[in-house]
Write a protein that binds this ligand. Structure first.
Ligand code: IPD
Ligand code: CA
Ligand code: CA
Length: 275
């Protein structure tokens, strides 16, 4: 067993335990969401509350108390640099819009990167009592059951998750959906990109595409999908580009090329707003 294997195992156990605790904490806020003050960030669709901030603070403090040499990136409070080569990438609540509206499609998303690549992905979905967990070379599970993608699933016989935020031009999003429908596919959006990526790992969706997302939205899902036998398009995990928004594309190998063709075609169309 290498030092990396030992480091990975220690962090995987910690990530799973913290996802359960953070999920319970977020669910408590969800239960009393009528008392939360909802603020907006980038635009009126981009909402946040004390629930997002406190769940992230909880995770940040617990991770850095256990492994002070790790880096930590969270959506609400940014990047804290460490020295170990491992970076925790956390979205305390992905799907805040459904969360504040009383819908169950939100999750706590925890990834760990090693030298920029996602090696751990844990997604806790409190309303469904589900935990998705994957680590490099170990495989992916849903509530302890192994996930393995089915090669007979295609864009045509399955649903694809498509989402967007205000970083993407409406025409670009329209063209992506038009292209998918023209190929005989169908789309779904539930308000949580991280959760839809977990659904790809579970074989519920055949793929996921969004023109612009951040690392905390997608890194845990990438690890889950890869370990379940799927593929994801490279996304910067280090350097300045790490903190920027980039296209997110991931899926079953049997759908990947077709989703990539949709992505390529969308780039030839209208220009998105700057991130
Ligand atoms: C958002 C959700 C949404 C996606 C956005 C994300 P948030 O994250 O994942 O589905 O379309 O791009 O920003 O704001 O709920 O953490
Ligand atoms: Ca998010
Ligand atoms: Ca969030």
């Amino acid at each position: 067993m290498t030092m990396h294997d030992i480091g990975l195992q220690q962090r995987f156990e910690l990530a799973k335990a913290l996802a359960e605790e953070a999920g319970a904490m977020a669910f408590d806020y969800f239960d009393r969401r009528d008392t939360l003050v909802i603020e907006t960030k980038r635009d009126l669709q981009d909402v946040v509350s004390i629930a997002d901030r406190n769940v992230e603070t909880f995770l940040r403090e617990r991770v850095l108390a256990a492994i002070p040499e790790d880096s930590f990136l969270g959506e609400e409070f940014g990047l804290q640099d460490g020295t170990s080569g491992y970076t925790w990438v956390v979205d305390p609540i992905d799907g805040t819009a459904p969360f504040v509206s009383g819908m169950p499609s939100w999750c706590v998303s925890i990834a760990v990167l090693h030298r920029g690549l996602p090696v751990i992905g844990v997604i806790k979905v409190p309303c469904a009592n589900e935990i998705y967990a994957a680590a490099e070379g170990v495989g992916a599970t849903l509530n302890g059951k192994t996930l393995k993608l089915d090669a007979s699933r295609t864009v045509q016989n399955s649903m694809t998750g498509i989402s967007s935020n205000t970083l993407a031009a409406p025409e670009q999003v329209g063209s992506i959906i038009t292209d998918l429908l023209a190929r005989g596919g169908s789309f779904i959006r539930n308000g949580s990109g991280a959760l839809m990526l977990a659904y790809v790992a579970a074989g519920r969706l055949v793929g996921y595409y969004e023109p612009y997302m951040r690392a905390w939205d997608c890194m845990a899902g990438f690890c889950l999908i890869k370990e379940a036998g799927g593929r994801f398009m490279a996304f910067p995990g280090e350097g300045k580009a790490f903190l920027d928004a980039h296209p997110v594309l991931a899926g079953n190998i049997s759908a990947y090329d077709e989703l990539m063709a949709i992505h390529d075609a969308s780039l030839a169309r209208p220009i998105a707003a700057s991130a």
